[in-house]
Design a protein. Structure first.
Length: 101
């Protein structure tokens, strides 16, 4: 096991990780730290735990937005084709007689 020191909100945290994952963990720590100032303002500077909750909410909001966006290069035509295929599969399933009915 490796250990990494992360500085988030001016506080150091020692975190264990698998060998070779240190750089990735440092990157994640830097991401958390980059949102700290905004989260601290949102939490009113009440506590580090509350500020970390706001960091998590900011990141969760960004993730939710990214998941709702179509992938780069994804066209409207591809989306419509996917919906059409799904509707055809649904229609086929509805047309089949129910088993054990």
């Amino acid at each position: 096991m490796a250990e990494v020191s992360l500085s988030i909100g001016g506080r150091n945290h020692i975190v264990a990780c698998r060998e070779g994952e240190e750089a990735h963990l440092r990157k994640l720590g830097a991401l958390l730290d980059s949102h700290w100032a905004d989260a601290s303002r949102a939490s009113g500077g009440m506590s580090n735990e509350r500020t970390m909750m706001f960091v998590a909410l900011l990141l969760a909001d960004a993730l939710d937005e990214a998941e709702r966006r179509p992938p780069a290069g994804f066209t409207e035509s591809q989306a419509l084709t996917g919906v059409a295929e799904w509707l055809e599969e649904l229609a086929d399933a509805l047309e089949k007689p129910a088993r054990n009915a």
